[in-house]
Design a protein around this ligand. Structure first.
Ligand SMILES: [Zn+2]
Ligand SMILES: [Zn+2]
Length: 191
């Protein structure tokens, strides 16, 4: 049990580091690491498909909300904002999003969740996640929970809850062991 907990913490820390360093979503850094027979077999990050514009090239998150790169804002949308709040970041002009859900709605259309990316890579390699553990920085949403159930993973270990709803009960009902393991941001052996 203690050994399992140490490995769970290790892989979850790894997922967390992958997310924070490599996710290109302006809103949330998410990663999913799938481990099978003690080996990581797939890593997925949240983001747009290869070759598409990254979220963080369009959106900027600030304490007061989301901003969108000016050339991606339609003129009619700008007219609705009186006056349009703008800022310049690294020489690029961004306009404040009037709609609080603008990124959320854009993301639903353009970004693939980390779990789906991780499972998709396994399919590309002609392998599978049967009996594996999925380490995810955020609790899987409903759609990703269904995908993890379909992929027949045995365990899901996550660090923080996802505010837009998750499928934890759904996974438990399907026989998946779900473990909530809040992370301390340190890599030392805490046992
Ligand atoms: Zn995003
Ligand atoms: Zn998801």
């Amino acid at each position: 049990m203690e050994k399992q907990r140490l490995w769970d913490e290790t892989w979850l820390q790894f997922a967390d580091m992958m997310a924070e360093r490599h996710s290109k979503c302006a809103s949330k850094s998410v990663a999913c690491v799938i481990v099978k027979a003690e080996k990581p077999i797939s890593i997925g990050l949240n983001g747009t498909p290869p070759g598409h514009t990254n979220c963080n090239e369009i959106f900027l998150k600030r304490a007061d909300g989301f901003y969108k790169r000016a050339e991606y804002v339609h003129d009619d949308a700008v007219d609705l904002m009186e006056p349009a709040i703008q800022l310049v970041h690294d020489g690029v002009t961004f306009v404040k999003c009037a709609d609080l859900y603008e990124h959320h709605n854009w993301s639903k259309q353009h970004e693939i969740h980390a779990e789906i990316n991780a499972i998709g890579k396994l399919a590309a390699d002609s392998t599978n996640a049967f009996g594996a553990t999925a380490y995810v920085t955020h609790s899987p949403c409903h759609a990703c929970s269904l995908a993890l159930i379909a992929a027949r993973v045995a365990r899901v270990v996550y660090a923080v809850g996802y505010e837009h709803g998750d499928g934890l009960d759904l996974m438990r009902e399907s026989g998946i062991e779900v473990v909530h393991l809040p992370l301390e941001k340190s890599y030392k052996n805490t046992l």
